[in-house]
Design a protein around this ligand. Structure first.
Ligand code: ATP
Ligand code: MG
Length: 444
């Protein structure tokens, strides 16, 4: 393992001043498994005031100092250094009642949630691993540090952190740890919605999301009770091989690991259980389910405090996941004029994920690739689908004598005519068409 220079330098400075310092947590875990850490955290025996003295000449952020964290702004990026600490009781199951600074790194490692993240490393002293993190890392196991029930009682967010790590690393959760998660999951009630959202988003974007969502479906639905009816909801339909939950999970795994796409995929069929009917032949139908999924998502997303931009994007994808985008240029232009290129591409991704997740419909997937080719052609040829591209504007129409609302109405009528291929997008043609329409209006 090699520390980047800015981290090694900070360790040297602290140790020359007579303190002890280590790299700790996720960066040690990731280096040991051969992955470049996204950041390096340090921990030290120096108290917050002593750290400040050591880094008196450096640029620092002191916002975390009460909890023992000093952020040093180095040339290699911000570096978080935290005084060894333990946490007091958790009477609210959410925040430690207080932190206590300590002098032994082992006490600091003991407060951390999973053994693979409870290791420290030093360039000369090597690995400090009192809880068998290295063995668990080798075996791909997530195990709570200490008594699992107690740890999840202290802070139920750790349950979702564990699922996020399982989804990101592909690790198995050690059976006693998983059992304790199940016993304590009701305590998620007292965790702030945005922290739940962040962990679930991390989980959804993990490489091993499918197996995590299948193996821990019950824990997921404790956090998102609205989704419980999807599990075991049989589709009874030749187009679908899986129940609604398994279909959804497969679809989630198909779309790019982008939060909005993954959430939209998770929610796209959430309204299905409420819409299910079975006909005389025993075939299941889910008429109107996109609206039902939309209604459910409209409640769920604000509860998790999604930004309004993300909420709107997700809702559009849920609402339209079953609406055709068009199998000819005219229809593609129409869709483009309604939703724009970015949403069109999002929807293509969602529809592909949905189709592959069904497990049957190769033809449908092929159709989607055709739609994508049409989209690319319409854009490459700069075909007109927006007012911005139209060869006439409001001023042109005013010159013909139109005023007020009819100007906008006429522009939209002309745009529709161009989109539908009734006319080309040339100025003279459009002005002639506008005059004809004005005369028609006048004659009525
Ligand atoms: P990532 O790669 O996702 O950043 P990480 O392990 O570094 O993973 P962080 O959330 O950055 O996770 O936390 C850093 C370290 O702090 C963790 O490795 C863990 O030891 C400890 N930690 C963070 N949050 C908690 C918590 N809620 N309970 C116990 N320990 C925690
Ligand atoms: Mg980290």
């Amino acid at each position: 393992m090699r520390l980047p220079e800015h981290a090694a330098h900070a360790i040297r400075r602290l140790e020359r001043a007579g303190f002890e310092a280590w790299a700790v947590g996720g960066c040690v875990r990731d280096s040991l498994r051969g992955v470049e850490p996204h950041d390096w955290d340090l921990c030290t025996s120096a108290s917050p005031a002593q750290m400040q003295a050591v880094f008196a000449d450096a640029r620092v952020l002191t916002t975390g100092l009460r909890h023992g964290t000093l952020t040093v702004l180095t040339d290699g990026g911000p570096l978080e250094i935290t005084t060894y600490r333990t946490e007091g009781g958790y009477s609210d199951g959410r925040h430690p009642d207080g932190v206590r600074f300590v002098t032994d790194i082992r006490e600091d490692l003991a407060r951390r949630d999973f053994t693979v993240g409870a290791m420290a490393w030093h360039p000369e002293r090597g690995l400090c691993d009192p809880f068998g993190g290295q063995t668990d890392l080798k075996n791909g196991v997530l195990r709570a540090v200490g008594d699992a029930d107690t740890r999840f009682q202290e802070d139920a967010l750790r349950i979702l952190r564990g699922l996020r790590f399982a989804s990101k690393l592909g690790f198995a959760i050690e059976p006693e740890t998983a059992a304790a998660m199940r016993r304590q999951v009701h305590r998620l009630d007292c965790i702030a919605a945005e922290r739940i959202r962040e962990e679930l988003t991390g989980l959804l974007c993990g490489r091993y999301v499918q197996r995590t969502l299948m193996a821990y479906a019950d824990l997921i639905t404790s956090a998102l009770p609205e989704l419980a009816p999807m599990q075991g909801c049989q589709q009874q339909n030749p187009h679908h091989l899986y129940d609604v939950w398994e279909h959804t999970v497969r679809a989630v795994g198909q779309v790019p690991a982008e939060p909005v796409l993954r959430w939209a995929m998770l929610l796209h069929d959430s309204g299905k259980p409420a819409c299910k009917t079975v006909d005389e032949q025993g075939i299941g139908h889910f008429r109107g389910h996109p609206r039902a999924s939309l209604a459910l998502s409209r409640k769920l997303l604000p509860r998790l405090r999604f930004s309004s931009a993300d909420t709107e994007r997700i809702l559009l994808l849920v609402e339209r996941h079953d609406t055709p985008l068009g199998d000819n240029e005219k229809l593609v232009r129409r869709s483009l004029s309604r939703i724009g290129e970015a949403r069109f591409r999002d929807l293509l991704a969602i529809k592909k994920g949905d189709a592959v997740g069904q497990g049957t419909s190769r033809n449908y997937v092929a159709q989607l690739f055709e739609t994508e080719a049409l989209l690319n052609r319409v854009l490459a040829q700069e075909q007109c689908f927006s007012l911005r591209q139209l060869a006439v504007n409001g001023t042109d129409l005013q010159a013909l004598g139109l005023r007020g609302r009819p100007v906008g109405e006429m522009l939209h009528a002309l745009l529709d005519a161009v989109i539908d291929g009734q006319t080309d997008n040339r100025r003279e043609t459009l002005l002639r068409l506008a005059r004809t329409r004005m005369e028609e209006q006048h004659d009525k």
